[in-house]
Ligand binder design. Structure first.
Ligand code: CP
Ligand code: NVA
Length: 328
């Protein structure tokens, strides 16, 4: 499988075979790391990490993965670079292409990372946009594969705001890899119709199934995985909290929903999560709306069904595979 020179902007651009290859490479790199086997196959190369939004997992994963592969990293934060303010995306792409071997971008519209890739002569990796979060989906698929031993036919239920980066990208990943995907939310939170149509086409080829369900009791029945994400994403105005709490509280992942799914169902979340009052925002909004937790209750988050920290670790192994496959 040759992915050298490819951008990694959305999983829509990759075939199921290519995604499977990246998952296998991730597992191989994870085993090497666990066994202390050095694999600095990209020694001498350097990557730029552009973050226009904050990050814990993605930034750490890119940095550690790059260092493990023998590469140097430069972190560019929104205040410390000229991007978008004094220098266009097209100019930035051409400047960074001359200095670095690869560019990670986290920011706002997907069109920005697409433009960066258009003007860049080195691979560009999407570290999250409003529309997609493809490196997260690789980690999620690897986590599911490790837990169940397969992807095909796994009943994956996504609860909550399914029209943003995580909902969109999980639907694509499930369609590509033949899972049984359900988005469970009020209708207005379902993914965009044109993206659903694209995924329906993919599903016809892969044997995946896509469902859109407003009733959590129907959606959670027999689920292998129940997954959620924050109700208000980075960059959204604070005012939307009120409507999200009102409209999405029935979709909070709690014990009742895990019980409907039954034994063996795991809980997933890309993190960070508002499952208690131990964060500034969680506390402030929790007190404002009289809620102990938002998208998931603390008991489910802390339960033995929760695989969220394995999922977080897998960000590093999968991001390493993406960089290795596209640079080597
Ligand atoms: N899941 C995820 O992307 O986390 P960060 O925002 O911390 O990178
Ligand atoms: N939907 C979330 C994902 C964070 C990893 C956000 O965009 O803030």
């Amino acid at each position: 499988m040759d992915l050298k020179g490819r951008d990694f902007l959305t999983l829509l651009d990759f075939t199921p075979e290519e995604i499977e290859y990246l998952l296998e490479l991730s597992a191989e790199l994870k085993t090497k790391k666990k066994n202390g086997i050095l694999h600095d196959e990209l020694r001498g190369k350097n990557v730029a990490l552009i973050f226009e939004k904050t990050s814990t997992r993605t930034r750490s994963s890119f940095e550690v993965a790059a260092h493990d592969l023998g590469m140097g990293t430069t972190y560019l934060d929104p205040s410390g670079s000229q991007i978008g303010k004094k220098e266009s995306i097209a100019d930035t792409a051409r400047v960074l292409s001359g200095i670095f071997d690869g560019i990670e971008y986290r920011g706002y519209g997907q069109e920005i990372v697409e433009e960066l890739a258009e003007y860049s002569s080195v691979p560009v990796w999407n570290g999250l946009t409003n529309e997609y979060h493809p490196t997260q989906i690789l980690a999620d698929l690897l986590t599911i594969k490790e837990h169940f031993g397969r992807l095909k036919g796994i009943k994956f239920v996504y609860m909550g705001d399914a029209r943003y980066n995580m909902g969109n990208s999980l639907m694509i990943g499930c369609a590509k890899m033949g899972l049984d995907f359900t988005a469970c939310a009020p209708k207005k939170y379902f993914p965009d119709a044109s993206l659903v149509a694209k995924c329906e086409e993919i599903a016809k080829e892969t044997g995946a199934a896509l469902h859109f369900e407003e009733d959590p009791k129907v959606a959670c029945k027999g689920a292998d995985v129940i997954c959620t994400d924050v109700w208000v994403s980075m960059g959204e105005p604070i005012e939307v909290w009120e409507e999200r709490v009102k409209e999405l509280t029935p979709y909070q992942v709690n014990k009742e929903k895990m019980d409907i799914a039954g034994d063996g169902c795991i809980f997933m979340h890309c993190l960070p999560s508002y499952h208690d009052h131990k964060t500034q925002v969680g506390k402030e909004m929790g007190e404002k709306f009289g809620m102990d937790a938002f998208e998931v209750t603390n008991d489910v988050f802390e339960s033995s069904a929760s695989v969220v920290f394995k999922e977080a670790e897998n960000r590093m192994h999968t991001i390493k595979a993406v960089m290795l496959a596209t640079l080597k």
